[in-house]
Design a protein around this ligand. Sequence first.
Ligand SMILES: [Zn+2]
Length: 398
Amino acid sequence: MRLFIAFLFLCLALAACKKKSQAGASAAQDAAQASSTPPPTPTPEPVDLNSEVIVLCYHRFEDKPKDSLAIKPSDFEAQMQTLKDNGVTVIPMADFLAWRRGEKGIPAKSAIVSIDDGYISGYSVGWPILKKFGYPFTMFIYTDYVKGGPKSGGQSISWEQLAEMRDAGVDIQSHTVSHSSLNARKGKNDEQYSAWLKNEIAGSKELLEQKLGIQIKAIAYPYGLHNDAVRETVKQAGYEAAFTVYGQRIGHSAEATMIGRYAIESSKPKVFEEAANFKGSVEGGGAGAMPAAVTMVTQPMDGETVSDPSPEIKANLATLGDVDPKSVTMRISGVGLVPATYDPETKLVSYRITQKLYTGQVTVIVGATVNGRKTEARWSFNVGSKEAKEANQAKEAS
Ligand SMILES: [Zn+2]
């Protein structure tokens, strides 16, 4: 049971943070007593929010690259060695997401290796090389391309091969259904466009989850393209991270729906060099970003499992500082933005869910302008009741 939530404060002095944490602790305890929840326990270790991450994006591996999206296996192997030589630690997607949630530290220079689309060479060529280095990696799959699918071909990976990778610990995430440019409406009216987006974004997630029995938390936009509607749909679908192909180092407070990746192409060796040297721009990090872990009493608590599929959700913002009452927002995974109420006197933001939540993990994101700066806090709980399961089955059946 962790009641420590990481907040992303930009340019907040450490001394000020300490003061607020202490002031917040007593407020948090009061609130804890009021709601008869146990007092908060501290996180075991501080999470370094100043780490930086590069995300590498590959497609195919070929001895004689037919186009720039293909990389020679020997070049790929040399690049993986360069990461090691440069003191860069390749981390799994799960660690990156846990770090973003403030739950886990990652090395100062970290990298994620990702392979897009679902070409067989990721399985037959890329994987053995990555195994040699003991590197974790992520496969971003668009489901229409998997063997048997409407866009599959001779180079498609199969569901069986994906299952084999899953069993060996390879991370699998979404790259939509059809690999179309998500920002292109192509004559669709508002309703048609949003239904189509929902299928590409939420539909691919559901299909991968059902076929492979996994939880999909990340998506890579085809060609890196997105717009407001795309990003909103991504949030509603419950993704924790969405990736573009705008290469830059990623800091802790990088916007979740626009995480840049370096597209590694055989015709542009400089891109990999820049990434591996941790040069160039940083998104959502750098000088001025200051970690601040403060206590926040939430209901349900972080990590708690509740049986009520329509729980009341509450958070005490007393520890945050000077909250602009009009700026407080609440988002719930699978639901989106909800009309939560905020009481400036008690500093409580609350919302009673009006629909049944599906079983599984629910993430709540509270946003607010604090001391004039945009701040975001999140926590997760689990819904595990019979009613919720029935609601879930009813949804699947319909
Ligand atoms: Zn792609």
